[in-house]
Write a protein that binds this ligand. Structure first.
Ligand code: SAH
Length: 270
């Protein structure tokens, strides 16, 4: 067959993107599949919540690209992240798109997957332990528990600029449901107000976790009617997760947390 010199001959084969969940923080909570994928990476595009110990698994020579973002402080807009993934893959790179927790739980992994599908770029998803599961388990809190919670709902407290959180508050205020609230720090007052208005008792236990499953983990066990003031008093920046519901109270018996409402567990405040 004659060898032409067409553009097709010089175009690299299309690469692949693997959307990988890095888990809640503790590198040991990576799945084996995620660890193997990171160890074989050519390029890693990662978010702010991915811990440095996990990035240390990358092979020498792998390109590490941070697209980290904090609420209202996006260092790279989502559309540019999507375009970057497409460009790298079309350039023949094997891309690991590393995200905190699970890529498909409030991680915008679905949007990235849709963009890749649109460009016919092969991709794979490796799930991760989402922070609600990691943080709750580390504190001894079962997200569902016979007699205390028949369901769990993952909700985001983050709303677009100038928009209210438009939720089915009546459904969310169900005392038999556990609410795992991601990105709720800024909207904690609103969340507390709406839940109380819709009948959730003020003494409903709430677990607040920051940097969950890492050596710098901070936790506090409080109650719904004290959540707003607890959040206002936090002396650090950064994301927190709330677990709202009767199950959070099990952090006393199963997580060794202080039985006094609202106080920090001494073991956890060092
Ligand atoms: N895809 C991620 C969530 C990304 S949204 C996941 O599955 O976990 C970011 C939010 O996740 C943060 O605002 C916070 O609410 C929560 N979060 C992530 N890691 C956390 C951690 N180690 N401790 C506490 N909250 C965490």
């Amino acid at each position: 067959m004659p060898q032409g010199n067409s553009a097709r001959d010089v175009m690299p084969a299309v690469g692949k993107v693997v959307l990988v969940g890095a888990g809640p923080g503790d590198p040991d909570l990576l799945t084996v599949k995620a660890a193997k994928a990171i160890e074989a990476a050519d390029v890693i595009v990662y978010d702010r919540l991915v811990s440095p110990q996990i990035l240390d698994l990358a092979p020498r020579g792998a390109a590490l690209i941070s697209v980290g973002k904090a609420p209202r402080n996006h260092s790279m807009p989502q559309s540019e992240i999507n375009a970057l993934l497409v460009r790298l893959a079309l350039g023949g790179r094997h891309v690991i798109r590393l995200k905190g927790g699970d890529p498909f739980i409030f991680g915008r992994g679905g949007e990235e997957a849709l963009e890749l599908a649109k460009h016919k770029i092969p991709f794979e998803v490796i799930p991760g332990v989402t922070s609600a599961q990691g943080c709750a388990a580390a504190a001894g809190v079962p997200l569902t528990h016979r007699g205390l919670a028949t369901s769990v709902r993952y909700i985001t407290g983050h709303c677009r600029e100038d928009m209210d959180l438009d939720y089915d508050w009546k459904g969310l205020a169900d005392p038999d449901t556990t609410l795992a609230v991601y990105m709720g720090r800024a909207t904690a007052p609103l969340i507390c107000e709406r839940l109380a208005e819709h009948g959730l008792a003020g003494d409903t236990p709430v677990l607040i976790v920051a940097r969950g499953t890492t050596k710098d983990e901070w936790r506090c066990l409080t109650r719904l009617d004290a959540l707003e003031s607890k959040v206002a008093e936090l002396e650090f920046d950064g994301p927190v997760l709330f677990v709202i519901g009767k199950v959070a109270g099990l952090a006393r018996e199963l997580g060794g947390m202080d039985a006094h409402q609202g106080e920090k567990s001494p073991a956890l405040t060092a």
